[in-house]
Structures are given as C-alpha cells and as structure tokens.
Write a protein that binds this ligand. Sequence first.
Ligand code: H79
Length: 420
Amino acid sequence: MSWFTDSRFGMFIHWGLYSAAGGRWKDLETPWVSEWLMRKFRIPRTEYRKLAADFNPTDFDADRWMRTAAEAGMKYMVITSKHHDGFAMFDSSWDDYNIVKATPFGRDPLKELAEAGKKHGVRLGFYYSHEQDWYEKGAYGNFWDFSKEERTPEAFDAYLNGKVRHQVKELLTNYGDVAILWFDTPHIITPEQSSSLRKFVRDLAPDCLVNSRLGGTGEWDYESLGDNQPPYKRFTMPTEGIGTMNESWGYKPFDHGYRTPEEVLQIMARLAACNANYMLNVGPDGTGKFPPESLTILKRVGEFLKVNGEALYGSSDLPIAYPDNRWGHVTRKKNCLYFWCFQGPGELRFYGIRNKIRSAEILGSGTAVPFSQYSNPEYDYHRMILAVPQGIATPFVIKVTCDGEIDCNVRAYYAGTMEE
Ligand code: H79
C-alpha cells in the first residue's frame, strides 16, 4: 500500500473505440462524455463494432506515453482495458471483440505499456468495467439491444463468471505485475458477487490493489472519490481523487473546456492536503496521440513537480481541522510543512503549530521567507506569520522546517459548541 500513498500522482487513460469516434456519431456531437457515445445514441452493438474495422492507431507509442507520464511526475498509470462499451483493448481469448483480433492495428497496447512502464519506473494498472458491458446481454447497461427478459440476475451472474473472470485472469497473468485493478459503477452487483471477484483477484495477484468501485462492503484497498469530485475532508483511509482535464474522459476534440495547469495543481494540492492521491486523465485520440492541450498541462505540471515534488511525494496531511485557505493548501512530511501558494505576496497566517520554526524558504530558489511566531500556552494558541516576498511567480511552495515532528493543536480552527 505504501507505494500507492507515497506516489500521490498518477495518470488515468481512457482509450477505446470511442476515441476514434471522438464524440461524433453520424452528424451528431454528443453532449456527454465521449466514452458514453454508444449509450447516448443507443447505437446497436452490430453497428458500434464496425468502429473496430477502422481502428488503426499507428501513432501509438507506449514508450512516449510512459515517458510523458514520468516527466509529468506521475508514478503510475491506469488505462481502460475494457470500458462500458465492452471492447477489450488487449489480446483476449474470450472472443474476437478486442483490439488484436478485430482491428487492422492488431497490436496489444497493454503489453507494450507494461514493457515501457518498467523502463520509465511507472507502475501499470487496468481499468476494467466489471458491471457495465453494453456488448453483452447478461451485463448491466444495454437496454436497447437486449430485452428486460434477457437481462436477468442469472444472466448477470453468468457474465461475471464468464467474460469478467476470463478477462480479469488474462489481465493478471499476461502483463507482469499489475499495480491496480480499477473497477467502476457498482449498481446491481451484490456484496457476494463483489466479494467473490475480490477473492478471485487476490488469489491470482495478492499485491494488486483494488479500488472501492468494486462494490460490496469494504474488501477493497482504497477509496475512489466520485468523478471530478473535490475532496471534502481529511481522509484516514488510502484515497484517490480522479479528474479530467476538460469535461470528457474519452477523446472529444470539440470539448475545449480545459482546466489551466494552475487549476490542475490546485486540485493536486487540495487532494494532497486531504491525504489523497490524484489520478489525472488523458484521452488519447484514435491515432494514439495525446491531445496537445493535455500535453501542455502535463508539461507545466511536470516542471512544477521537478522543483516542488518534495512537497508532494510521501507527504501527508495535517491533523488539524481542514482549513479552507484562500492562499492554497498545506502538506506535511516529518518535521516540515509545505505551503502550496496560489496567491502572493502578502502575510500568510497559520494557526495551531506548536513547533518552533527553524527556517522558511521558497522551494527551488531557496529564497528565505521572513517569519514570526507567537504562542500563548494557557490557551494552547499558536500563530505563525510568513511574510511572502514580492515578485515570486505563483504557484510556489514555502517549505517551513521545524524543530521536530510536527505537533499541533488539532482544534486550532475548531469552532466548537456553546457548551464547549
Ligand atoms: O470512465 C469514466 C466514466 O465513463 C465512468 N467513470 C469515469 C471514470 C462513469 N460511468 N458511469 N458514470 C461515470 C456515471 C454516469 C453518469 C451518467 Fe451520464 C449521467 C450517465 C448518463 C447521465 C455522464 C453524464 C455520463 C453521461 C452523461
């Protein structure tokens, strides 16, 4: 588990037949996330699968993907091995509805990524839609090809014990160590079915982590926040937030609503300050390339982390009521506090730290930050003021080194009740 919580930052990849369609069907542009194209327009499975005949992402370069992730400061990658459309992006012997057997491309991108990941020190995990599969009548989701009578609980169980187990086993045996199996959308799966699938995974790969969207009653390794959900408290369990750069997970070239690199870093800081990982999504196009807008963001984030990564990797939160600061967020490591500043200059006030400050500096440049401290032991009251100098481009991180393990009054920001 510690590799996961220490790494803090990963890349999510949504890539499939929908990437080639790019959110377009006939003369329609989907208002939804692009990977939901088949569902949005209720495309018959026999029609949708024709996308495979033209799917030929010859620009796909596993080494470049992994290098891009590593240079952005990401420590792991989770890619859609099968999304809700049911199409396997890997070589599967279950049927021919997969990238190797049904497309002119004929290569297995997961194999190539597993190799490249080792080279670049990026762990690889697989998203697998275990419940929704719009290609299968027993699975959840496709109500336009299959009647209600066909979609029985027995059919769902047969699907879980058939295609899902078969393909999960392939994923866990053909690609070396799998860091994470990332499940999604548990709506109808029973606790028994989730539990049974969890055991199946553990028996095949004891070290493979499983996220909470497996469903069931808690036999997962970490909690997934909602899609693009901001963290709302400090997390005591390993937790991961997931987010898009624009609105869509899958490639959608007419979705121009990209976050700025600064916004992405704010999300990262806020998650880290809540003790959570951040998995940031990229939706490569149908030729295998990352959108240029995404590359711009990744480059900037990578530059920031090259200087400030110390504030992120291996960090944790502060055991203090989560203060929603305007200036930014704070992380902690051993005897250091890291103030991620998205505004400056000015006085930054922080309360509740009992330690004496040894030094305060801007990460990267080493510019000293003047500070003062005041304590009143009677009230267990502690205030520090950092005087953020002029002329430093945001965002930046102030590293505050203290005289020992960080010790704080956890109620520094706590309002309490009238009785208290
Ligand atoms: O893989 C990505 C999404 O496709 C998947 N989870 C992330 C990681 C996801 N599956 N289901 N959902 C998210 C929730 C579905 C919400 C819906 Fe809709 C609202 C389905 C239809 C309306 C979102 C908005 C999807 C289409 C429009």
